[in-house]
Design a protein around this ligand. Structure first.
Ligand code: SAM
Length: 311
C-alpha cells in the first residue's frame, strides 16, 4: 500500500505481463518491449512464460491468469505500436505520461533521447514502479546482458534510461492538482508537450476525466499533442470482464471501469479543450493493419487510440 491507503495498480502489472508475453512473438517487428519482463517479479513471470510457450495450465485459477495475460498480449500489441509511432513523430522535448504504470518507453525508445519524461501516477503505483526499476537495475548489474540498446545514463533509480530524464511525479488524478505537481517537477507549460494517456481513462469517472483534461489543457502550448487510449461502450467487452471476474480474477474487480466514451463524445470533449482529433482508430483495425486478417477477439474493437493536436 502507498501512503494514500490504496494498493499499487494490478492492472498495470497485467499490461506489463501482456507486453512481456508479446515481446518477440507479436507477428510484427514493429512491436518490441524487452524491458517489460525485467520489471516483473518472478511469480508474475510464470503466466508470461506459459503464454510465450503456448502452454495453457490445467487448474482453473492458473488458467484464468494465463487467459488474462494472453488476452492482454493481444490488446497491447496494436495499442503500443500505434502509440510508439505517434510519439516518435511528436518528440517535442517534453513527454508527460499520465497513469504511467509500468510503462517502459523512457527505457526503451531511443527517439526520446532529447526528451524529458514526466511519469505521473497514483503514489502507490509509482512507489511500486520505482522499486521494480531499482530491482531490475540491481539484477542487471549482477548479470549484464545486451538486451538493451546502448544504455547511456545509469540514473539513481537504476535501469538505464534512454530518455533525457525521467521525473517521477506522484499524483492521484481523483484528488490532486495535476498542474501544481507538474510545475513542482519542472514541467514548462509554455513549451510544447506531448501527453500520453494510455489505459487510464476507463478507471476515472467522467468528472475526473474532464478535470484532468482541463489541467493538462492549461499547460498545453501550441504545437503540443495528446495521445489518448480509451474504451468505447461495448456489450462484448463488458461481458468479457464479467466472465473474468466470475472465474475468480480479482484484478479487474479491484479496478472497475468508470467511464466509457464514444469516439464522437471524446472528439467533442477534446475540442472543448482546444485539442483537435487528427486520428482515432480502434485496436481491431490497427491489429489487422499490422499482421493481416488473422482471427482476433472482436472485443479489441472497443479499445481506441486517438491523437489530438493543438495548432
Ligand atoms: C491499466 S494501468 C495502465 C498503465 C500504463 N499506462 C500502461 O498502459 O501500461 C492503469 C494505470 O492508471 C493509474 N491510475 C488509475 N487511477 C488513477 C488515479 N486516480 N490517479 C493516478 N493514476 C491512476 C494506475 O495507477 C495505473 O498505473
Amino acid at each position: 500500500m502507498g501512503d494514500s491507503g490504496r494498493a499499487a495498480s494490478r492492472t498495470a502489472v497485467l499490461v506489463c505481463q501482456g507486453r512481456a508475453a508479446a515481446h518477440g512473438r507479436a507477428g510484427t517487428d514493429r512491436f518490441s518491449d524487452p524491458v517489460a519482463e525485467q520489471l516483473l517479479h518472478d511469480a508474475e513471470r510464470g503466466p508470461v512464460d506459459e503464454v510465450r510457450a503456448d502452454s495453457a495450465p490445467k487448474g482453473w485459477q492458473e488458467r484464468t491468469r494465463y487467459e488474462s495475460v494472453r488476452a492482454c498480449a493481444e490488446v497491447v500489441v496494436p495499442r503500443t505500436v500505434a502509440i510508439d509511432e505517434a510519439l516518435r513523430t511528436r518528440a517535442t522535448g517534453q513527454l508527460v505520461i499520465l497513469g504511467a504504470g509500468l510503462d517502459t518507453r523512457a527505457w526503451r525508445l531511443p527517439e526520446l533521447a532529447g526528451t524529458d519524461v514526466w511519469e505521473v501516477d497514483h503514489p502507490a503505483s509509482q512507489e511500486d514502479k520505482r522499486a521494480r526499476v531499482a530491482r531490475a537495475a540491481a539484477a542487471r548489474l549482477q548479470a549484464p546482458d545486451d538486451h538493451h540498446p546502448s544504455p547511456r545514463r545509469p540514473e539513481a533509480t537504476g535501469l538505464p534510461v534512454l530518455a533525457r530524464s525521467v521525473r517521477f511525479t506522484p499524483v492521484d488524478l481523483a484528488v490532486d492538482d495535476l498542474g501544481t505537481a507538474l510545475a513542482a517537477h519542472g514541467h514548462n507549460a509554455s513549451a510544447p508537450t506531448t501527453w500520453l494517456w494510455e489505459g487510464v481513462v476507463p478507471y476515472l469517472t467522467r468528472e475526473q476525466v474532464r478535470a484532468t483534461l482541463s489541467a493538462l489543457a492549461a499547460r498545453t502550448a501550441p504545437g503540443s499533442a495528446l495521445v489518448v487510449n480509451y474504451q468505447a461502450p461495448s456489450a462484448r467487452a463488458a461481458a468479457g470482464r464479467l466472465l473474468t471476474r466470475l472465474l475468480g480474477s480479482s484484478i479487474t474487480s479491484g479496478e472497475p471501469w468508470r467511464s466509457l466514451w464514444r469516439p464522437q463524445q471524446m472528439a467533442a470533449l477534446l475540442m472543448e479543450h482546444d485539442l483537435r482529433v487528427v486520428s482515432d482508430d480502434d485496436l481491431l483495425s490497427l491489429a489487422r493493419a499490422l499482421t493481416g486478417p488473422a482471427d482476433r477477439r472482436a472485443s479489441l474493437r472497443s479499445g481506441r487510440v486517438a491523437v489530438a493536436e493543438r495548432g
